[in-house]
Design a protein around this ligand. Structure first.
Ligand code: XMP
Length: 517
């Protein structure tokens, strides 16, 4: 590829992915690699700089991760953060010791070297975020102190001739307000980065790469209407035109009028053949009598694969399959908390159109494999997708099936669709759509007594769920204005036949999850 690359070696910090995102935000391409990455792999990547992340270990721990010889032998600039800095000091002959006080939280640099390129444009005092148990007590030869706090003498160090730098604090977190400037100083001034990682460059390079991969073959791609699969298909379509066929499976578990709206969007923006498969009956049949959430997910995933296979056989042959896999799903883990591949208990079996099994007889095209979600959105905008598609709220692959507690029937789907449309309309017309991560209705299996006019009712209970979140991993319930909640409640009870009560879910995640099933 023609853009410059920075390598980030992951020593297991909970902030490793955040470093990568900050570097990308500075318009520099980077990859997060395990700390013991091979020399050959780095040779292939040809990084213009290397960042060593923090990590939970102490350099004196038995089996503590080390600094492979070939890293410094490359001669490119290196920035060690926290554990990365201690590792540099330890490896190069300095002294690292347990700190008398474990420092965790805000700290202040009270002295900063006036002319160091890493602190260019910055002066003491400066707020930083510390999180460490060890400190450096003697610098290795050739290094100078670049910053101090009242308790940490060597809060930053550097070897100006060798372009090796170390920071005891975390420049990547928001609690270090000037951290972005420090990282940009490293990238631009010290590594000589040009800032060539832009959506336009990405699109151009990706299209070329897909052309080279596919040759004169044909590709198929499943669409959900979400931003990942749409952007994937747009990139492939730009590369190979009508040799791409897109399949949109309408499983009948979509929101009110969603299938038509999504098809119209594809027609306007996607220069490829889009085939809609009407599989509503099939999915409803597969879900008949099923109430267990995991069983619903399993059956929907299974049915989806069958429908997709049949369709690809009927329209094929295809040699390639486009998938919207994102970077957080492919990063190799270095330790607890560092990536998405930790040892986590299974909470839900996810089904989404990006996740077709690999034993389908296709070669994969995964143009988003190295992108974070916010980068996918930027690429979507650069490809000309409208904001309402790019910032569309996430919608689970199993659709309304996991928002109907108990059996999924056509009647219950109809009830939920009407209630859900009201929730969305009211939140959007109150101008809250961008602030709230997800907002929707859930149909509970409860019935309660009410009174309408002079009559007793015995109707269904709808729950309203609205959450704020950064990434869907954790979430808080959205503190919606009472007037908005009141309008939602009044409208649902008045406009949705059979519903006589509305409740609002005030559970955060954890301990709740965003979806109810
Ligand atoms: P939970 O309910 O686990 O959801 O807090 C976290 C995020 O994931 C979405 N979600 C899914 N997305 N297939 C998907 O593509 C699924 O099976 C699925 N289940 C949940 C959910 O909407 C939220 O954004």
């Amino acid at each position: 590829m023609s853009h410059q690359t920075v390598a980030i070696l992951d020593y297991g910090s909970q902030y490793s992915q955040l470093i990568a995102r900050r570097v990308r935000e500075a318009r520099v391409y980077c990859e997060l690699l395990p700390w013991n990455v091979s020399r050959e792999r780095l040779d292939a990547l040809g990084p213009v700089g290397i960042i060593l992340s923090g990590g939970p270990a102490s350099v004196y721990d038995e089996n503590a991760p080390t600094l492979p010889d070939h890293i410094l032998e490359r001669g490119v600039p290196v920035l060690g953060i926290c554990y990365g800095m201690q590792l540099l000091a330890h490896t190069l002959g300095g002294q690292v010791e347990p700190s008398p006080v474990r420092e965790y939280g805000p700290a202040e640099l009270t002295w900063i070297a006036p002319d160091s390129p890493i602190f260019a444009g910055l002066r003491a005092p400066m707020k930083v975020w510390m999180s460490h148990g060890d400190v450096i007590t003697a610098l290795p030869e050739g290094f100078v102190c670049l910053a101090s706090t009242p308790t940490t003498r060597y809060a930053a160090m550097g070897h100006p001739e060798r372009h090796i730098y170390g920071l005891q604090f975390h420049p990547e977190v928001a609690h270090t307000p000037n951290g972005v400037q420090i990282l940009e100083n490293f990238l631009y001034t010290i590594c000589g980065c040009r800032g060539d990682w832009t959506p336009a460059n990405f699109i151009e390079e990706t299209i070329e790469r897909i052309r080279a991969q596919v040759g004169d073959g044909r590709a198929i791609c499943a669409l959900s209407g979400g931003v990942d699969s749409t952007v994937t298909a747009m990139l492939i379509a730009r590369a190979i035109g009508d040799r791409l066929t897109c399949v949109f499976v309408d499983h009948g578990l979509l929101r009110l009028n969603e299938a038509e709206q999504v098809m119209q969007m594809f027609k306007r923006f996607l220069p490829a053949r889009v085939v809609k498969v009407d599989a509503q009956e099939r999915f409803l049949r597969a879900l008949r009598g099923v109430t267990d959430p995991e069983e619903k997910r399993r059956r929907i995933g299974h049915e989806f694969i069958r429908v997709f296979e049949e369709t690809s056989r009927a329209l094929g042959p295809f040699q390639f399959l486009g998938q919207g896999t994102l970077y957080p799903d492919v990063i190799e883990s270095a330790g607890p908390g560092s990536t998405g591949h930790g040892i986590a208990a299974k909470i839900k079996t996810h089904h989404n159109v990006g996740g077709l099994p690999e034993d389908l007889q296709f070669e994969l095209i995964e143009p988003l494999r190295y992108l974070f979600k916010d980068e996918v959105r930027e690429v979507g905008l650069a490809l000309g997708l409208p904001a309402e598609v790019v910032y569309r709220q996430p919608f689970p692959g199993p659709g309304l099936a996991v928002r109907i507690l108990g059996e999924v029937t056509p009647e219950r789907l109809h009830t939920l669709r009407l209630a859900d449309a009201i929730v969305r309309e009211e939140i959007e017309s109150a101008g809250l759509g961008r602030d709230v991560w997800q907002y929707f209705a859930v149909l509970t299996p409860l019935r309660t007594v009410g009174v309408m006019g002079d009559y007793r009712t015995y109707g269904h209970v709808v729950a309203v769920r609205a959450v704020t979140s950064e990434d869907g991993m954790t979430a808080d319930w959205a503190h919606l204005p009472y007037e908005v909640l009141a309008r939602i409640s009044t409208r649902i009870v008045n406009e949705v036949p059979g519903v006589n009560r509305v409740v609002f879910d005030i559970t955060s995640k954890p301990p709740g999850t965003i979806e109810w099933e």
